[in-house]
Write a protein that binds this ligand. Structure first.
Ligand SMILES: C[S@@+](CC[C@H](N)C(=O)[O-])C[C@H]1O[C@@H](n2cnc3c(N)ncnc32)[C@H](O)[C@@H]1O
Ligand SMILES: *[C@@H]1O[C@H](CO)[C@@H](O)[C@H](O)[C@H]1NC(C)=O
Ligand SMILES: *[C@@H]1O[C@H](CO)[C@@H](O)[C@H](O)[C@H]1NC(C)=O
Length: 245
Protein backbone atom coordinates (compact mmCIF):
# COMPACT_ATOMS: atom_id res chain seq x y z
CA UNK A 1 0.00 0.00 0.00
CA UNK A 2 2.84 2.41 0.86
CA UNK A 3 4.47 1.71 -2.51
CA UNK A 4 1.13 2.23 -4.26
CA UNK A 5 0.63 5.55 -2.55
CA UNK A 6 4.16 6.62 -3.48
CA UNK A 7 3.51 5.90 -7.13
CA UNK A 8 0.12 7.56 -7.03
CA UNK A 9 1.58 10.60 -5.33
CA UNK A 10 4.16 11.08 -8.09
CA UNK A 11 1.50 10.73 -10.74
CA UNK A 12 -0.77 13.11 -8.84
CA UNK A 13 2.03 15.69 -8.79
CA UNK A 14 2.42 15.37 -12.54
CA UNK A 15 -1.28 15.95 -12.93
CA UNK A 16 -1.27 19.14 -10.84
CA UNK A 17 0.68 20.96 -13.54
CA UNK A 18 -1.83 20.33 -16.30
CA UNK A 19 -5.20 21.13 -14.73
CA UNK A 20 -7.52 23.83 -15.91
CA UNK A 21 -8.70 22.35 -19.20
CA UNK A 22 -12.37 22.32 -20.08
CA UNK A 23 -13.09 18.58 -20.30
CA UNK A 24 -11.41 16.03 -18.03
CA UNK A 25 -11.23 12.78 -19.95
CA UNK A 26 -9.49 10.57 -17.44
CA UNK A 27 -6.24 8.67 -17.36
CA UNK A 28 -4.88 6.54 -20.13
CA UNK A 29 -2.02 4.14 -20.72
CA UNK A 30 -1.12 6.24 -23.75
CA UNK A 31 -1.41 9.85 -24.81
CA UNK A 32 -2.61 11.17 -21.48
CA UNK A 33 -5.54 13.41 -20.76
CA UNK A 34 -4.62 15.94 -23.46
CA UNK A 35 -4.74 13.29 -26.19
CA UNK A 36 -7.17 14.70 -28.83
CA UNK A 37 -8.42 11.17 -29.49
CA UNK A 38 -9.54 10.88 -25.86
CA UNK A 39 -11.20 14.29 -26.14
CA UNK A 40 -12.96 13.08 -29.25
CA UNK A 41 -14.13 9.91 -27.46
CA UNK A 42 -15.40 11.95 -24.52
CA UNK A 43 -17.11 14.53 -26.73
CA UNK A 44 -18.82 11.93 -28.85
CA UNK A 45 -19.78 9.15 -26.45
CA UNK A 46 -20.11 10.22 -22.82
CA UNK A 47 -23.65 10.38 -21.48
CA UNK A 48 -22.76 11.34 -17.97
CA UNK A 49 -25.52 11.67 -15.38
CA UNK A 50 -25.43 15.26 -14.02
CA UNK A 51 -24.67 14.04 -10.48
CA UNK A 52 -21.74 11.97 -11.81
CA UNK A 53 -20.42 15.14 -13.44
CA UNK A 54 -20.75 17.02 -10.14
CA UNK A 55 -19.01 14.19 -8.25
CA UNK A 56 -16.21 14.21 -10.81
CA UNK A 57 -15.70 17.95 -10.55
CA UNK A 58 -15.61 17.73 -6.74
CA UNK A 59 -13.13 14.83 -6.86
CA UNK A 60 -10.88 16.82 -9.20
CA UNK A 61 -10.28 19.16 -6.24
CA UNK A 62 -9.06 16.23 -4.11
CA UNK A 63 -5.33 15.48 -3.70
CA UNK A 64 -5.76 11.85 -4.82
CA UNK A 65 -7.97 12.65 -7.85
CA UNK A 66 -5.64 10.56 -10.00
CA UNK A 67 -7.25 7.47 -8.42
CA UNK A 68 -10.68 8.24 -9.87
CA UNK A 69 -11.97 5.89 -12.54
CA UNK A 70 -12.06 7.21 -16.13
CA UNK A 71 -15.56 8.29 -17.21
CA UNK A 72 -15.54 6.35 -20.49
CA UNK A 73 -14.42 3.26 -18.59
CA UNK A 74 -17.18 3.60 -15.99
CA UNK A 75 -19.74 4.10 -18.76
CA UNK A 76 -18.55 0.91 -20.45
CA UNK A 77 -19.01 -1.04 -17.22
CA UNK A 78 -22.45 0.49 -16.68
CA UNK A 79 -23.38 -0.73 -20.16
CA UNK A 80 -22.19 -4.26 -19.30
CA UNK A 81 -24.31 -4.10 -16.16
CA UNK A 82 -27.38 -3.18 -18.21
CA UNK A 83 -26.55 -5.83 -20.81
CA UNK A 84 -26.48 -8.68 -18.27
CA UNK A 85 -29.34 -7.27 -16.15
CA UNK A 86 -27.08 -7.12 -13.12
CA UNK A 87 -28.74 -6.47 -9.77
CA UNK A 88 -25.88 -7.48 -7.46
CA UNK A 89 -22.47 -5.83 -7.81
CA UNK A 90 -19.35 -5.32 -5.72
CA UNK A 91 -16.90 -2.43 -5.92
CA UNK A 92 -13.48 -3.19 -4.38
CA UNK A 93 -11.92 0.24 -3.75
CA UNK A 94 -14.64 2.92 -3.89
CA UNK A 95 -12.66 6.16 -3.34
CA UNK A 96 -15.13 9.07 -3.80
CA UNK A 97 -17.68 6.78 -5.41
CA UNK A 98 -17.76 7.65 -9.11
CA UNK A 99 -17.98 4.07 -10.33
CA UNK A 100 -20.16 2.86 -7.44
CA UNK A 101 -22.65 5.63 -8.31
CA UNK A 102 -22.38 4.87 -12.01
CA UNK A 103 -23.18 1.18 -11.38
CA UNK A 104 -26.06 2.00 -9.04
CA UNK A 105 -27.57 4.32 -11.66
CA UNK A 106 -27.38 1.53 -14.25
CA UNK A 107 -29.34 -0.89 -12.06
CA UNK A 108 -33.06 -1.23 -11.39
CA UNK A 109 -34.44 -0.07 -8.05
CA UNK A 110 -33.81 -3.46 -6.40
CA UNK A 111 -30.15 -3.39 -7.50
CA UNK A 112 -27.42 -3.38 -4.87
CA UNK A 113 -23.76 -2.37 -4.92
CA UNK A 114 -21.58 -3.54 -2.02
CA UNK A 115 -18.82 -0.92 -1.94
CA UNK A 116 -15.56 -1.76 -0.15
CA UNK A 117 -13.44 1.12 1.17
CA UNK A 118 -11.14 1.69 4.14
CA UNK A 119 -11.05 5.49 4.19
CA UNK A 120 -13.99 7.15 5.94
CA UNK A 121 -13.17 10.60 4.51
CA UNK A 122 -13.68 9.33 0.95
CA UNK A 123 -17.13 8.03 1.87
CA UNK A 124 -17.92 11.42 3.44
CA UNK A 125 -17.29 13.00 0.02
CA UNK A 126 -19.34 10.36 -1.84
CA UNK A 127 -22.41 10.20 0.40
CA UNK A 128 -24.19 13.47 -0.51
CA UNK A 129 -23.88 12.62 -4.21
CA UNK A 130 -25.38 9.14 -3.71
CA UNK A 131 -28.28 10.86 -1.95
CA UNK A 132 -28.68 13.59 -4.58
CA UNK A 133 -28.82 10.98 -7.36
CA UNK A 134 -31.55 9.13 -5.44
CA UNK A 135 -29.64 5.85 -5.21
CA UNK A 136 -28.30 5.96 -1.63
CA UNK A 137 -30.42 2.89 -0.83
CA UNK A 138 -28.67 0.92 -3.57
CA UNK A 139 -25.11 1.45 -2.28
CA UNK A 140 -24.03 -0.51 0.78
CA UNK A 141 -20.66 0.92 1.85
CA UNK A 142 -18.49 -1.30 4.06
CA UNK A 143 -15.69 0.67 5.70
CA UNK A 144 -13.12 -2.00 6.45
CA UNK A 145 -10.49 -4.11 4.69
CA UNK A 146 -12.03 -5.35 1.45
CA UNK A 147 -10.90 -8.95 2.09
CA UNK A 148 -12.92 -8.94 5.32
CA UNK A 149 -16.04 -7.79 3.48
CA UNK A 150 -15.63 -10.43 0.74
CA UNK A 151 -15.17 -13.12 3.40
CA UNK A 152 -18.32 -11.94 5.17
CA UNK A 153 -20.30 -12.16 1.93
CA UNK A 154 -19.02 -15.70 1.38
CA UNK A 155 -19.80 -16.67 4.99
CA UNK A 156 -23.36 -15.38 4.64
CA UNK A 157 -23.94 -17.86 1.82
CA UNK A 158 -23.73 -15.45 -1.13
CA UNK A 159 -21.26 -17.47 -3.21
CA UNK A 160 -22.35 -17.66 -6.85
CA UNK A 161 -24.95 -14.87 -6.50
CA UNK A 162 -23.16 -11.71 -7.72
CA UNK A 163 -23.37 -10.49 -11.32
CA UNK A 164 -20.53 -7.99 -11.49
CA UNK A 165 -17.36 -7.11 -9.54
CA UNK A 166 -15.01 -4.19 -10.13
CA UNK A 167 -11.54 -4.67 -8.62
CA UNK A 168 -9.78 -1.33 -8.09
CA UNK A 169 -8.07 -1.28 -4.66
CA UNK A 170 -4.50 -2.09 -3.49
CA UNK A 171 -2.69 -3.90 -6.30
CA UNK A 172 -0.76 -6.41 -4.18
CA UNK A 173 -4.05 -7.95 -3.03
CA UNK A 174 -5.57 -8.18 -6.53
CA UNK A 175 -5.01 -11.94 -6.74
CA UNK A 176 -6.89 -12.49 -3.47
CA UNK A 177 -9.69 -10.17 -4.62
CA UNK A 178 -9.89 -12.03 -7.92
CA UNK A 179 -10.13 -15.48 -6.30
CA UNK A 180 -12.80 -14.39 -3.82
CA UNK A 181 -14.71 -12.55 -6.55
CA UNK A 182 -14.68 -15.67 -8.72
CA UNK A 183 -16.37 -17.51 -5.85
CA UNK A 184 -18.92 -14.75 -5.34
CA UNK A 185 -20.05 -14.35 -8.94
CA UNK A 186 -22.41 -16.57 -10.87
CA UNK A 187 -21.66 -18.34 -14.14
CA UNK A 188 -21.51 -15.64 -16.88
CA UNK A 189 -20.95 -13.03 -14.20
CA UNK A 190 -18.23 -10.46 -14.91
CA UNK A 191 -15.12 -9.45 -12.99
CA UNK A 192 -13.64 -6.18 -14.26
CA UNK A 193 -10.05 -5.49 -13.15
CA UNK A 194 -8.63 -1.98 -13.35
CA UNK A 195 -5.05 -0.74 -13.92
CA UNK A 196 -3.85 -3.98 -15.51
CA UNK A 197 -1.31 -1.98 -17.59
CA UNK A 198 -0.22 0.20 -14.62
CA UNK A 199 1.04 3.04 -16.83
CA UNK A 200 3.02 0.50 -18.85
CA UNK A 201 5.11 -0.63 -15.88
CA UNK A 202 3.88 -4.23 -16.15
CA UNK A 203 6.10 -4.54 -19.23
CA UNK A 204 9.34 -4.41 -17.30
CA UNK A 205 8.72 -4.25 -13.54
CA UNK A 206 11.59 -2.96 -11.41
CA UNK A 207 12.95 -5.44 -8.86
CA UNK A 208 11.34 -3.63 -5.89
CA UNK A 209 8.09 -2.66 -7.66
CA UNK A 210 5.69 -5.02 -5.92
CA UNK A 211 2.55 -3.54 -7.51
CA UNK A 212 3.78 -3.89 -11.10
CA UNK A 213 4.99 -7.42 -10.37
CA UNK A 214 1.67 -8.42 -8.80
CA UNK A 215 -0.29 -7.04 -11.76
CA UNK A 216 2.00 -8.72 -14.30
CA UNK A 217 1.72 -12.05 -12.47
CA UNK A 218 -2.08 -11.77 -12.33
CA UNK A 219 -2.29 -10.87 -16.03
CA UNK A 220 -0.24 -13.95 -16.93
CA UNK A 221 -2.30 -16.15 -14.60
CA UNK A 222 -5.61 -14.98 -16.09
CA UNK A 223 -4.39 -15.60 -19.63
CA UNK A 224 -4.14 -19.32 -18.77
CA UNK A 225 -7.10 -19.48 -16.38
CA UNK A 226 -9.66 -21.90 -17.82
CA UNK A 227 -12.33 -20.85 -15.32
CA UNK A 228 -12.91 -17.64 -17.31
CA UNK A 229 -13.12 -16.09 -20.77
CA UNK A 230 -11.28 -12.78 -20.96
CA UNK A 231 -10.42 -9.59 -22.80
CA UNK A 232 -7.68 -7.14 -21.81
CA UNK A 233 -8.85 -3.72 -22.94
CA UNK A 234 -6.49 -0.77 -23.41
CA UNK A 235 -9.12 1.70 -22.18
CA UNK A 236 -7.83 4.05 -19.44
CA UNK A 237 -4.98 2.34 -17.55
CA UNK A 238 -5.98 -1.12 -18.84
CA UNK A 239 -9.17 -2.99 -17.95
CA UNK A 240 -9.46 -6.77 -17.98
CA UNK A 241 -12.92 -8.23 -18.39
CA UNK A 242 -13.12 -11.78 -17.02
CA UNK A 243 -16.35 -13.72 -17.60
CA UNK A 244 -16.92 -16.76 -15.40
CA UNK A 245 -17.47 -19.94 -17.39
C1 LIG B 1 -8.09 3.66 -7.36
S1 LIG B 1 -9.04 4.04 -5.96
C2 LIG B 1 -10.69 3.56 -6.43
C3 LIG B 1 -11.35 4.46 -7.45
C4 LIG B 1 -12.84 4.21 -7.59
N1 LIG B 1 -13.12 2.86 -8.06
C5 LIG B 1 -13.55 5.23 -8.48
O1 LIG B 1 -14.61 4.88 -9.03
O2 LIG B 1 -13.10 6.36 -8.62
C6 LIG B 1 -8.59 2.77 -4.78
C7 LIG B 1 -9.32 2.84 -3.43
O3 LIG B 1 -9.09 1.61 -2.74
C8 LIG B 1 -9.05 1.88 -1.36
N2 LIG B 1 -8.35 0.77 -0.70
C9 LIG B 1 -7.00 0.53 -0.72
N3 LIG B 1 -6.74 -0.59 -0.03
C10 LIG B 1 -7.93 -1.08 0.42
C11 LIG B 1 -8.29 -2.21 1.19
N4 LIG B 1 -7.38 -3.07 1.64
N5 LIG B 1 -9.60 -2.40 1.45
C12 LIG B 1 -10.54 -1.53 1.00
N6 LIG B 1 -10.24 -0.44 0.27
C13 LIG B 1 -8.96 -0.21 -0.01
C14 LIG B 1 -8.31 3.21 -1.27
O4 LIG B 1 -8.58 3.87 -0.05
C15 LIG B 1 -8.84 3.94 -2.50
O5 LIG B 1 -9.93 4.75 -2.17
C1 LIG C 1 -14.32 18.57 -27.53
O1 LIG C 1 -15.24 19.53 -27.02
C2 LIG C 1 -14.62 20.72 -26.54
C3 LIG C 1 -15.68 21.55 -25.84
O2 LIG C 1 -16.83 21.65 -26.62
C4 LIG C 1 -13.95 21.44 -27.71
O3 LIG C 1 -13.31 22.60 -27.26
C5 LIG C 1 -12.93 20.50 -28.34
O4 LIG C 1 -12.40 21.11 -29.51
C6 LIG C 1 -13.55 19.18 -28.70
N1 LIG C 1 -12.47 18.30 -29.13
C7 LIG C 1 -12.66 17.30 -30.03
C8 LIG C 1 -11.43 16.57 -30.45
O5 LIG C 1 -13.74 17.01 -30.46
C1 LIG D 1 -32.80 -8.83 -19.29
O1 LIG D 1 -34.13 -8.55 -18.94
C2 LIG D 1 -35.00 -8.39 -20.05
C3 LIG D 1 -36.38 -8.04 -19.56
O2 LIG D 1 -36.36 -7.32 -18.40
C4 LIG D 1 -35.04 -9.68 -20.86
O3 LIG D 1 -35.85 -9.49 -22.01
C5 LIG D 1 -33.64 -10.06 -21.30
O4 LIG D 1 -33.64 -11.32 -21.93
C6 LIG D 1 -32.70 -10.12 -20.10
N1 LIG D 1 -31.35 -10.33 -20.56
C7 LIG D 1 -30.51 -11.18 -19.98
C8 LIG D 1 -29.13 -11.27 -20.57
O5 LIG D 1 -30.81 -11.83 -18.99
Amino acid sequence: MAADLGVLFCVALLLFSGLGHSVFVGKSHSGGKDDPILQYVANNSLREHPVLTKLKLTTLEHPWRRMMVASEEAQFMANLIRLINATKAIEIGMYTGYNALSMALAMPDNGRVVACEIEQSYFDIAKPFFKEAGVEHKIDVRLQEAVKTLDELLQSGEAGTYDFVFIDADKINYDTYYEKSLELIRTKGIIAIDNVLWSGKVLNPAEDDVSSKALDALNKKLHKDERIDLSMLTVADGLTIAIKR
